[in-house]
Write a protein that binds this ligand. Sequence first.
Ligand code: ZN
Length: 341
Amino acid sequence: MKEYEIYNPSGFSLPALKIKKRKSRKNIENDSTVDNLIKSKLLLNLKFNTLYLDILSISKEIIDYLKFDKKKISFQDILSKDSKKEGNIEQYKTLKFLIDFVKTNLSPNIENKQLKEFISEQIEKGNIIIKEKLIELSKNIQNKLSNFEEKVKIDMPILSITTVYFCKKCNKIICLDKFKRSKCSCGADITNIAYVEQIPLNHFNKNMVNFLESNYWFEHGVDYILRKKNFQTLVGYDVLGNSGVPHEIDNIAYYKDENYRFFCECKNSEVTEKDIFIFSGKMIDIGGISGYIFTTTENVPKELNRLARSKNIKIIKDALKKNVESLIREIKEGENGFSLK
Ligand SMILES: [Zn+2]
């Protein structure tokens, strides 16, 4: 286990923090597409937020299709995946019935030539459906992103490309990213790149998917606001408490003029009583005296605000619907800003 580093920025006389960034998180943040997303400075822009979360769900669908092909096509999978598509479902139901029938009633060496041909015909149809679906999803992502780029006049290099190699004979996915010789299940001996069709697919890569699903986008969005207010910041660190227990702290902000720092928690959901107690407990353990909870929720009940205030925590709600300036206004400078009690 990596040791904690002492964080004690110059110009402050505050007790040092023992901090550590987890390797998995470091890897995600070091990904160039993730870095480009952070640099867009638009993480808390509601329209962009809707867009990248939309691209996230399409990308997950693409990654899913690419995955399930690797573990050999399971017709049950296709059945459940394409269940929304009326046209295909009947075809697969027939096929599934036939395959199950063959498995249970006939010997593994199917002699019936017609049945064999029927099955491979159906598999090829399924492969084409998957290929077309992947192309459609990738186009959809590119169109959505380029529309937004055009509107905000910013170039956003946040997509990754996977090159997919399809068997030219049956359209089955043979390999990803790099050509490999292999024997296709349709019988084609793929010894040459001429036997495959290469199609580039645009989507969010796994690091980006993790970054968005772990809600790191929110922490970095808040980090941008804090830095915009000239705080010296840390985002996404574990801080070792006085108890010896490490705590995940979303944001830490240092304010030089008043030799002061505070801590933040980012919640992309309702804030509960429990959240406030936990955050307050963490702060006590790491020597913090005040903090903010940023939330995307529109409504925070009065009692929760009161509870938070009693713990010297301020809740900033509706973070996605407010513009940068009004979020900045809600963050008070220094200890005086916390005369909330
Ligand atoms: Zn093939």
